[in-house]
Design a protein around this ligand. Structure first.
Ligand code: AMP
Length: 130
């Protein structure tokens, strides 16, 4: 069971942003920028391009809704999207609010982010979902 499956199952805490029957979104614990969110399928698959077409498309559409909430909640210029998957073997899309190119730097994460601020941002994104 991956760490993300344990988060979805409620065994590990997270800053939850959104959920439907197939997908789950929560804040990255070491965000590149405030509001950095991960979108994952509930069905555990390592490599995103191994998802079947329907699941891949569904995850992208779910990420689009979450990105709109991030943009409204943070007032960022744009929400960037990336897939790496080198660390956690459970497919996930990174959604990162950016104002400049340097905000999308995976070598520069916010370490030990303030829990109060993380909870506030997760709630703000959640409140701004359509
Ligand atoms: P990657 O697999 O390379 O896309 O990176 C995995 C991402 O998951 C990293 O940005 C981590 O900060 C994030 N991450 C790992 N464990 C957790 C967790 N328990 N809660 C939230 N984010 C996590």
């Amino acid at each position: 069971m991956t760490v993300f499956s344990r988060i979805i199952a409620g065994e590990i805490p997270c800053y939850k942003v959104a959920e439907d029957d197939r997908y789950f979104a929560f804040l990255d614990i070491n965000p590149l920028n405030w509001g950095h969110t991960l979108v994952v399928p509930k069905h555990e698959t390592d490599y995103i391009f191994d998802l079947d077409d329907e699941d891949f498309a569904g995850m992208t559409i779910f990420a689009k809704k979450v990105a709109a909430g991030i943009k409204k909640a943070t007032g960022c210029r744009k929400v960037a999207m990336a897939v790496l998957g080198l660390e956690v073997p459970h497919a996930h899309i990174h959604l990162v609010p950016i104002n400049q190119e340097g905000d999308m730097n995976f070598a520069r994460k916010i370490q030990n982010p303030d829990p109060g601020r993380m909870a506030e941002i997760a709630a703000a994104i959640s409140d701004n979902l359509e």
